[in-house]
Design a protein around this ligand. Structure first.
Ligand code: PEP
Length: 254
């Protein structure tokens, strides 16, 4: 019912030449990926280079952030219209680094989700608790509040076009992954909340990705969980061989 999505978030890495080399490596080893979706999210400056390489291939293009207006006097910002113009199909919204380093709050993030949808971009809404919040037993409450804050007031049809990425902040870039069971429990909770907001039929179609130190050696166990529908991958997406192993995750019966 849900096609797995394996997404690479390159963050602030890769010049255009490095981006070219990485994508050429990915295309070389990609093979048949008919049963899964593959996405790369380069920095803005490499979008055009990557677009030219992935056009007509199974690799989709996404950006790492977007502003809420189509155009205007917003120095340094990039609009959803510009991302569409460059061939983006997806955009990451509310990544924990945007929340923590750039001070983005739930209200702005909700507006970004709407702006993306209004311009036919699929937003990947990132949510996740910090270590102190988890240690205090607040992980579920925090994540539920983030999902509700971003999606309140949206129609089931709009919610059905979103991808969620559960990314516990303490797991991002640390090598410390959530256990498959803990990740599954949170994904199940997120799907229940999506069901409350959009109906269970719609919730059952929504891809919920896990992110946080996903690597070649833990992807298979994560993907074996019923509510984990893919991964948002940072560090391990920066090298072709490690991202390809993640893309080619093995199902339990394989
Ligand atoms: C991310 O950037 O969203 C991420 C999960 O990073 P990493 O895989 O490096 O933890």
């Amino acid at each position: 019912m849900r096609t797995p999505l394996l997404a690479g978030n390159w963050k602030m890495y890769k010049t255009t030449g490095e981006a070219r080399e990485l994508v050429e490596g990915l295309l070389h080893g990609l093979g048949d990926v008919g049963d899964r979706k593959v996405l790369v999210c380069p920095p803005f400056t490499a979008l055009q280079t990557v677009r030219d390489l992935v056009q007509g291939t199974p690799i989709a293009l996404g950006a790492q952030d977007v502003y809420i207006e189509p155009q205007g006097a917003f120095t340094g910002a990039i609009s959803p219209v510009m991302l569409r113009d460059l061939g983006c199909a997806y955009v990451i919204v509310g990544h924990s680094e945007r929340r923590a380093i750039f001070g983005e709050g739930d209200e702005l993030i909700g507006k970004k989700v709407r702006a993306a949808l209004a311009h036919d971009l699929t937003p990947i809404l990132c949510v996740g608790e910090t270590k102190p919040q988890r240690d205090a037993g607040q992980a579920e409450t925090v994540v539920i509040a983030q999902v509700r804050a971003a999606l309140t007031g949206m129609t089931p049809e709009q919610i059905g076009r979103i991808v969620i990425a559960y990314e516990p902040v303490w797991a991002i870039g640390t090598g410390d992954t959530a256990t498959p069971a803990d990740a599954q429990a949170m994904h199940e909770t997120i799907r229940r909340i999506l069901g409350d907001m959009a109906g269970s039929d719609t919730a059952a179609t929504i891809n919920i990705l896990y992110g946080g130190s996903v690597k070649p050696d833990n992807i298979d166990d994560l993907m074996a969980q019923p509510d984990i529908d893919g991964a948002l991958v940072g560090g391990a997406s920066l090298k072709a061989d490690s991202f390809l192993r993640i893309v080619h995750f093995l199902s339990p019966q394989e």
